[in-house]
Design a protein. Structure first.
Length: 265
């Protein structure tokens, strides 16, 4: 199936690992040119080179810390100047400290909100003018199921994710008349480095071993396994494509049927 992505220009925040990396690779395989950003220069450039060699698409690495307004501006502007356009934004940057209320500091809360929520706001705000000029655009916010399914030891990312979902649905309504769709993808447990950090937090907060925490999470998923980054990327690619022209303001769960908190199982 032709997804209509050849020669589109896609920007991926948090594109050097996990879901962001998988999304960049999947979009490049469909023929898109890609700009990826992350804070670590060496890994970012390595990933960009690997994707470019595999797909024969241009992949532009841009070092950026999306907690900083000027870095978000530079990421979008540099990519737009280089490629001459911006068609797709995939927001995927964000790693929040987990923990229960009494163990979290105000700095932990601000770290979570500043990167995950405000990082998404900063990049979305800056791509919109480029998309409006062309009358076409796709914004896909990779968020997370704890924004709609709270877990007490994940309250900082959960709060940031809830804000991201609200933001996504609000700007979807605003931007639809301009040919820009905006959607949220909410993964449940995904087999990435971020997941294993959550397992360690779960283990600490619940007083169980990491193996027990992992098994408890698996039991809460009817499909019986973790999601993969590639499975999330497949949804991202569909939402970015010409096959999703009437999908906007959607909040899509990818959780293998998991509908209750991990600690309830």
């Amino acid at each position: 199936m032709d997804l209509g992505l050849r020669d589109r220009v896609a920007l991926i925040g948090g594109g050097s690992m996990g879901i962001g990396k998988a999304s960049a690779l999947a979009l490049a395989r469909e023929g898109a040119h890609v700009a990826i950003c992350a804070r670590g220069k060496d890994l970012l450039e390595q990933v960009a080179g690997d994707i470019a060699r595999e797909t024969e698409r241009e992949v532009l690495p841009i070092v950026a810390d999306l907690t900083r307004e000027e870095d978000a501006e530079n990421f979008v502007h540099t990519a737009a100047q280089h490629f001459g356009r911006v068609d797709i934004l995939v927001n995927c940057a964000g790693n929040s400290p987990g923990g229960s209320l009494q163990n979290l500091t105000e700095a932990d809360w601000m770290q979570s909100l500043n990167l995950k929520f405000m990082g998404y706001v900063r990049t979305a705000k800056r791509v919109v003018p480029y998309m409006k000029d062309r009358g076409w655009g796709r914004i896909i916010n990779v968020i997370g199921n704890d924004g709609i399914k709270p877990i007490y030891f994940e309250i900082t990312p959960g709060a940031a994710n809830a804000a991201c979902i609200n933001f996504t649905l609000a700007i979807a309504e605003e931007l639809a008349p301009h040919g820009i769709t905006v959607n949220a993808v909410n993964p449940g447990p995904v087999d990435t480095d971020r997941w294993w950090g959550l397992v360690r937090t779960m283990s600490r907060e619940m007083g169980i071993t990491e193996e027990q925490a992992q098994q408890r999470a698996i039991r809460s998923i009817p499909i019986g396994r973790l999601c993969t980054a590639e499975e999330v990327a497949d949804m991202v690619v569909f939402l970015a494509s010409e096959r999703a022209t009437f999908v906007t303001g959607a909040s899509i769960s990818l959780d293998g049927g998991q509908r209750k908190a991990i600690m309830d199982v």
